[in-house]
Ligand binder design. Structure first.
Ligand SMILES: [Zn+2]
Length: 52
């Protein structure tokens, strides 16, 4: 699965890791993240992420 990078702060979402601090289990594809998910470091929405 591909990583996606936040265009604002550079945080990279890695599907292999997920976002456990925000309830996202490892193995969750970026496209499968809930619409309300936001960048854990700067808080922007999924629309400001791009494929790495
Ligand atoms: Zn960010």
């Amino acid at each position: 699965m591909k990583k996606c990078v936040c265009t604002v702060c550079g945080y990279a979402y890695d599907p292999a890791v997920g976002d456990p601090d925000n309830g996202i289990a490892p193995g969750t594809a970026f496209d499968a993240l809930p619409d309300g998910w936001a960048c854990p470091t700067c808080g922007v929405g999924k629309d400001l992420f791009e494929p790495e």
